[in-house]
Design a protein around this ligand. Structure first.
Ligand code: DAH
Length: 327
């Protein structure tokens, strides 16, 4: 029926000029409310004979359903629009859970946190390194047995220098001494690699290197900083032992042990006074400057700090393990 078609077209047209929710409901009641054409037409059906009644009721139902659908569709689009308008992009974003920091990252940051106020700069070093930076400049002469202690992964290389995966973070000492002005206070965390694997050793692990080159630094300064660091880190008075040891790049060299409850003495840091050969190799005037250096394994610190028994847990990607360190 033409009148029905016109009604739908008028409703469609009038809906286009709607500006508010109130206007929408007014219009809806005009077309579908009690006094609307469709609804009042239903009440007039009784005046028709039964044949006409059935036919008209059918048409009216079709019209009513079309109008209902028209208004429903409009309302849906209108709501979407309103919710977009209500979106205030200047509000702070809803918090979104991205996981938590890995325990090794946390321990590494915890070490850095102690040294930053002492004006140590943080350097990131190379994981792929030449023999020069990993060994030679650190006073490991070619064929020196100390090289054997490192179980090095060598990379296939056709270049003149042989490339390797660094076995310790001490390589950053050389880069820093060759490139940075003195006095130098530096820290360098990062991954290191050795061909070794059991429940306390991994082929890839993390170390933090520290180096100070300044006038008049002494072994006493080194001891002071190490003891104070350990007591800050574990937040308690510690029994600390400096045990003579050997590293080619320090003289004297010591290993630092701490007394750790039932576990007894545990080796935790290697350190010493920078060997004059190393300083000289980096063009540092050994009459004016002296240095001390230290290096520690982050996994070892993390195992003690968190009470983890198996180093492999840190890298097993096991969420049951990692979720025990929420942010
Ligand atoms: N690089 C040594 C290692 O991986 C640790 C170390 C010992 C670093 C003495 C130092 C140091 O800076 O002075 O076993």
């Amino acid at each position: 029926m033409q009148i029905h078609q016109d009604l739908i077209e008028t409703a469609t047209l009038e809906l286009k000029s709607i500006k508010s929710e109130a206007e929408f409901f007014q219009l809806r009641s005009k077309f579908l409310g009690k006094k609307s054409f469709v609804i009042s037409a239903f009440s007039e059906l009784k005046s028709l004979n039964s044949k006409q009644r059935v036919a008209t009721a059918k048409e009216l139902n079709v019209l009513k359903n079309k109008l209902i659908k028209l208004f429903e569709d409009f309302q849906k689009d209108f709501n979407d629009l309103v919710s977009q308008v209500k979106l205030d992009v200047s509000l702070p974003a809803e918090p979104y859970f991205l996981g938590s920091e890995h325990p090794i990252t946390r321990i590494s940051d915890k070490v850095i946190e102690y040294f930053l106020p002492l004006n140590y700069q943080v350097f990131s070093g190379n994981e792929i390194e030449t023999d020069f930076y990993n060994f030679e400049a650190l006073n490991f002469p070619l064929n020196h047995p100390a090289r054997q202690m490192h179980d090095t992964f060598y990379l296939d290389s056709k270049s003149r220098d042989e490339y390797l995966l660094r076995t310790h973070t001490s390589n950053t000492q050389i880069h820093a001494m060759l490139n940075e002005p003195l006095p130098l206070y530096m820290l360098s965390p990062g991954r290191v690699y050795r061909c070794d694997s059991d429940n306390t050793h991994l082929p890839m692990f993390t170390q933090i290197e520290g180096l100070v080159v300044d006038e008049d630094v002494t072994f006493g300064d080194l001891k002071g900083v190490i003891i104070d660091f350990l007591e800050n880190f574990f937040n308690e008075k510690m029994e600390v032992r400096f045990r003579p040891s050997y590293f080619p790049f320090t003289e004297p060299s010591v290993e630092v042990d701490i007394k750790f409850g039932k576990k007894g003495w545990l080796e935790i840091i290697g350190c010493g006074m920078v060997h004059p050969n190393v300083l000289k190799g980096c063009n540092i005037n050994v009459r004016k400057y002296r240095g001390f250096a230290f290096g520690m394994g982050i996994e070892r610190l993390a195992m003690l700090y968190y009470g983890v028994e198996d180093i492999r847990d840190f890298y097993s990607s096991n969420l049951d393990f990692l979720n025990q360190f929420p942010s």
